[in-house]
Write a protein that binds this ligand. Structure first.
Ligand SMILES: Cc1cc2nc3c(=O)[nH]c(=O)nc-3n(C[C@H](O)[C@H](O)[C@H](O)COP(=O)(O)O)c2cc1C
Ligand SMILES: CC(C)(COP(=O)(O)O)[C@@H](O)C(=O)NCCC(=O)NCCS
Ligand SMILES: [Mg+2]
Length: 397
């Protein structure tokens, strides 16, 4: 799976799709682009052809007598996933009614692969009842997945809903879809994820913390959204780029994390705890910054209650609870420690990952883990992106 077909319709947000095409091509993914006539008014086919290292197609190509097999059939069969970005109000209406009057809309009808839509338009256009009706209609078809527009400044200086999802968000969807073939197996599921490292404050400017950046937890949240879930992310000391479908709560300390997890846990079908929660904190916590001379050199510590073990005691039979175990040591040592945690804490599964290599663990973009299920089966992942690891975890569960 590595053929991405990108359809571009006539909006100013087309300029941002150049970056999407360029990034995919640099990762060795084959990209082809179809432009509508209006799209070519904004960015030339030559730009996309050059960035993708492939011909870019327009309606001129559609009507070529030299094609042999119809071009829209060839392109539809070639694609593993199609992205339509930006999607105009006009093209959305055509899709909603199955219309096919240009190369792009004919290709969409001829395609069997999953199709991602990233609309972009002025807020008043977006909120028109006709546009909203078309949008909700297309989303009832399983072949189509929405990358909903976000709030912010538009090209007409207005501020509101209608901004196309950022290239980074679109690229993450594509990475997911190339791995999962677009399956929506978490549709209707509510997923709770925590991420990041907690900070246990001694005073307002000093804390006991850890190097967790929240990247793995955030990747799990995104993977779940890409598979159709509704996701709540509780994050500590990490600032996610928020796309749609993600509810985010920010906390600082393990006590705040514990409280937030207790509030959200009853609503979750699956809970995945990827946060690095502190194990100890200072008994003494000052509200004002301590002068250096007042910082005790023998700081008295206390253990922090184990959040995930607490959740396990409250778990209903229909709920799934998964932990992460960051370990150092050999693969055998990592396994033994994770197995012990799985049992002692009463989890359904655990993902053990080594944090003492340069490509896995804290702050890296890649990771590697061993998944262990309480019923005994286990699976070792290859070294892969944190997003892929998240998908492998959902497949395992
Ligand atoms: C400067 C300019 C900006 C436009 N921006 C958008 C836009 O962001 N979203 C949209 O739906 N239509 C936008 N349009 C209107 C579309 O280009 C127009 O509806 C066109 O018919 C769409 O054709 P297509 O869907 O085949 O690409 C814009 C038009 C102009 C002239
Ligand atoms: C136009 C743009 C891509 C600009 O993004 P930018 O502010 O990141 O440069 C973004 O504002 C967007 O997606 N807008 C929605 C489409 C739009 O503004 N259309 C024309 C307004 S009438
Ligand atoms: Mg711990």
């Amino acid at each position: 799976m590595n053929h991405v077909l990108i359809g571009i319709s006539g909006g100013i947000a087309a300029y941002k799709v150049c970056e999407v095409v360029s990034s995919l091509a640099k990762r060795g993914i084959e990209v082809r682009v179809i432009l509508t006539r209006s799209a070519s008014e904004f960015v030339t086919p030559l730009t996309f052809a050059t960035l993708s290292r492939q011909p870019a197609y327009t309606d001129v190509d559609f009507w070529q007598p030299s094609n042999g097999r119809p071009l829209h059939i060839e392109l539809a069969e070639w694609a593993d996933v199609i992205l339509l970005a930006p999607m105009t109000a006009n093209t959305l209406a055509k899709v909603a009614y199955g219309m096919a009057d240009n190369l792009l809309t004919n290709t969409l009808l001829a395609a069997e692969c999953p199709i991602l839509f990233a609309p972009a338009m002025n807020t008043t256009m977006w909120l028109q009842p006709t546009v909203q009706e078309n949008w909700h209609k297309v989303l009832t078809f399983s072949k189509y997945t929405a990358i909903a527009p976000t709030d912010g400044i538009l090209a007409c200086d207005a501020v509101g809903t209608g901004r196309m999802a950022e290239p980074e968000i679109i690229l993450e969807y594509l990475e997911s879809f190339l791995f999962t073939q677009g399956k929506q197996d978490l549709k209707g599921r509510r997923i709770l994820v925590n991420a990041g490292g907690t900070r246990e404050f001694i005073d307002p400017v000093r804390f006991i913390g850890n190097p967790s950046t929240g990247k793995q937890g955030l990747a799990i949240a995104k993977a779940a959204i890409h598979r159709g879930a509704k996701v709540t992310l509780i994050t500590s000391n990490s600032s996610p780029l928020v796309g749609s479908g993600l509810g985010v709560k920010t906390v600082r300390t393990s006590a705040e994390m514990h409280q937030a997890m207790l509030e959200e846990f009853p609503n979750a079908d699956i809970t995945i705890a990827a946060a690095a929660v502190g194990d100890v904190r200072s008994k003494m916590q000052s509200d004002r910054k301590l002068p250096k001379s007042e910082i005790p050199l023998n700081l008295e510590l206390e253990y922090i209650p184990d959040i995930i073990a607490d959740l396990a005691t409250r778990k209903r039979p229909d709920q799934i609870l998964v932990g992460f175990a960051a370990q150092t040591g050999t693969e055998a040592e990592v396994m033994t420690a994770a197995q012990e945690k799985l049992q002692r804490k009463g989890l359904d599964a655990i993902a053990a990952n080594a944090v003492n290599t340069s490509l896995t663990g804290f702050g890296t973009d890649t990771n590697q883990a061993i998944f262990i299920h309480k019923e005994g089966h286990e699976q070792t992942t290859p070294l892969c992106s944190k997003l892929e690891l998240a998908h492998r975890l959902f497949d395992f569960l």
